[in-house]
Structure formats: C-alpha cells, structure tokens
Design a protein around this ligand. Structure first.
Ligand SMILES: [Zn+2]
Length: 416
C-alpha cells in the first residue's frame, strides 16, 4: 500500500457506508503495525507488516472512517488474541444487557438470539441460562472454540449477506440480533447490515453497541483508532446507514463503557423514541454532521503526543522506572504514535494469559503477567486501558499503597 498524504488519500476514498467519493481529511496516525497482532518471541527478528493509518469524514452521510482497508484474513489470524471473558467490567455489562433484553423483548424458549462477533460466548451464555436458544457467529478460531466448549453454538465464519441468506433459507430468523463492537470492524458494511435485515424477523430488533465518535473527538481518544477499527459512528451516520437497508434507528442509549459508547436499537418499522430525536437534534446543533466538528481534533492529538512524551522523558530523567498496563489494541496505537520503546517503558502487563510472553506490535515491549509489577517494582504504570480505570485501580491497590502511580494518557496526560 503506497503512502499518500492525508488530503490525497481522503479525496480518493469512497465512503464505506454511502459510496460517496471524496472524503474530508481528519487525522494521520503514521504507518503503524497492526494493533492486534502481538509478536511471538520467534518472530521478533522478522519484519512486521505496517500500513498507513489515516482517518476521514464523509460529507454526504457523516461517517468518520479509516481510509485504508486491510484484508480481513490478515487480521483474524489463528492467534487473534481477544477473549472478552478477561474483563470483569465487560462481563457485568453484558449480563445486565442480556437480562434487560430478555425482559423488554419478552424472549422465551421459542425465541432466537443471534450474536455477530460472539467472541467466546460471554454474552450469549446469559440467554442460554434462561433457556433462550442462541446462535453465535465469529470468524476467530480460538474464541469460537471457547464458546462451543461452554455450550454456545457458534458458526465460525464472517457474517455478511451470503451467510445471512443461508440462515434465512434454513428458517433461522432472529427475534434479536446483537452486534456489539463489531460494526466498526466490518469492511463490507452494506453486506453486513443487509444481512442483518435478512435474518431479522419482521418484529425483531437489531441491538448494537459502538464507540461514540463524539466521545472519541471530545476526549481525544485517538488511541481507539486502529486498522481493525474502520468506522466511528455518530447517531446521524448510523441512522443514514440503517435506512438504506430498511432498518430504522428507533432508540439510542449512551453508555460509559469503552470510553463512551452508544447502544442503538433498530427495527423494521420507524418508531423513534423521544431520546433518539433529541440526540439527533443535538448532533445537528453541535455540527457532528459537518467537517468543522473534526478539524481541530488532529491538533489536540499532536499536543497529547508532545505532552506525554515530555512527561515520560522527565520521569525517566529523574531515574523513575516505568511500565504499562494493558496490552490492548489501543495500547498498541498509543505506544506506536508516541514512539516510546522498551528503553523507557520496560514492559506491559496484561491479565490475559494468551497475551503474556508475547510482544507489543511495532516497538516490541514484552508482555508480562500482572505479578511482574510486584517483582520489578516500577514507580509508574502508563494506563493503556484507561476505559477500565476503576477496575484496574481496584486490582492494583497494593501497587498504589506502596507509592506506585498511574499515568492516564487520555484526554490529556495526568498522574493518579
Ligand atoms: Zn458516506
């Protein structure tokens, strides 16, 4: 993939949602390695694949999107590391979501809940416990196998119009389709949404959660941008996308998870809630449907980079030892963008045993279990998973009681 300037690349790009040609430039994050592709020890000396990472805005449908598309089989490889069950916050959030859907949609043993990108089955198992039939669909082999093991039937495949047609022909239509944190990752967005319309019963509901682009911009959450994460939704952009496929966004609920997300409910008949109307109106007033809203975002991201690099080098100059917490994709983006290697940030800890022993993409910080904190006694931990800050501060009470501090990089670097 050749490297064009942000303006050139934006002008040449066709919108993933509405096919408008010619996007507006928003942000350039350089040429990082794939954020979710952790490096194993035997691959450390092999060159990594790196791709430009640039973001643009569609003036026609308002969708903020990454301008480059990496082939999906390069992303969902056999050791794709994400297992949802390693986050307590996410498990609690999912359970509450399932219980409220069971009640609201009056689900029972005659219903079917289909989840797209069902991962290791952590959400669907809550429906199973209430005797409600479920079906998971996920292309990643490790998580799909883990789901099968706990009794969650899972098709290991990419979801799109082809698979949807097959399911519908078999009479497997859903009362609820859940698509949490996946709509950002889908390269063929229109095939994905039309597929959902195909497998949804006439009175069924699509329930999705996606990070909210307003939070991303307002709180400078640039590290949630990576190659695997193609789209950043406003309510306006979601509404435009769904309508083209005969689905109507009828409600939207702001959530605090993942730095600020939206839970959207779409159905086959329009019935917009007062909250939805009000939030759409607010977006129009604030200008999320115009490029102006996004123009100073790039400057704020550059300022964050400068400030964080200075903070880290000052601490290092004072002889402080620094490590990081959370070997997440957003951690990869952040470390690559600030370009601070293991000479300053000695290692990254993560609770996920599938990540331990590997290395961060790009700069190759080693990933160790959380015990490494007590063993190596860093003075500071750069919090790469700031979206789980409460959970992690609780878990790391001993580190903090012993005088250890966290550096929180977002929305601007500060120490807690
Ligand atoms: Zn568009």
């Amino acid at each position: 993939m050749s490297r064009s300037t942000l303006a050139e690349q934006a002008a040449a790009t066709v919108c993933r949602s509405c096919a408008h040609r010619g996007l507006k430039p928003v942000l350039d994050l350089g040429v990082p390695a794939l954020a979710d592709t952790l490096v194993s020890a035997d691959r450390l000396n092999h060159p990594e694949k790196k791709y430009p990472l640039q973001v643009g805005f569609c003036p026609s449908c308002s969708l903020v999107q990454v301008l480059q598309t990496i082939p999906p089989d390069e992303i969902f490889h056999d050791d794709y590391p994400y297992f949802s069950s390693f986050s307590e916050t996410l498990l609690e959030h999912s359970r509450a979501n399932a219980l409220s859907l069971i009640e609201k949609r009056k689900l029972n043993k005659g219903s079917l809940v289909i989840e797209l990108a069902s991962n290791d089955g952590y959400l669907l198992k809550n429906f199973l416990e209430h005797g409600i039939p479920v079906l998971g669909i996920d292309p990643a082999p490790g998580p799909a196998a883990a789901a099968q093991k706990i009794g969650v039937p899972t098709i290991r495949d990419f979801f799109g119009s082809a698979l949807a047609g097959k399911l519908a022909a078999e009479g497997r239509k859903a009362d609820v389709v859940i698509a949490n944190n996946v709509m950002a990752h889908v390269a063929d967005l229109n095939g994905f949404i039309s597929g959902i319309a195909t497998i949804l019963k006439d009175d069924g509901a699509l329930v999705t959660e996606s990070p909210y682009v307003k939070e991303l911009v307002d709180h400078c959450e640039f590290d949630t941008i990576y190659h695997e994460h193609l789209c950043y939704y406003s309510i306006t952009a979601l509404d435009n996308l769904f309508r083209r496929h005969g689905l109507y966004l009828n409600d939207v609920q702001p959530l605090t998870i993942h730095g600020g997300s939206l839970r959207s409910t779409a159905e086959k008949k329009p019935n917009p809630s007062p909250r939805l109307k009000q939030m759409l109106e607010q977006e129009r007033k604030l200008g999320l449907d115009r490029i102006d809203y996004y123009v100073n975002f790039a400057h704020r991201v550059q300022q964050l980079q400068t400030d964080l690099r200075k903070m880290l080098s000052d601490l290092k100059a004072q002889g402080k030892r620094i490590a990081a917490y959370g070997a997440s994709a957003k951690g990869s983006t952040l470390l690559s963008y600030i370009d601070v290697g293991p000479d300053v940030i000695e290692f990254v800890v993560d609770r996920n045993i599938h990540k331990q022993g590997k290395f961060m993409p790009g700069l190759h910080h080693p990933i160790l279990p959380p015990d490494a904190i007590a063993q190596h006694k860093p003075d500071y931990l750069l919090l790469l998973v700031w979206n789980f800050i409460d959970e992690i501060l609780r878990q790391q009470k001993a580190f903090r009681d012993a005088g250890g501090k966290f550096i929180v990089p977002i929305p601007s670097p500060h120490i807690v």
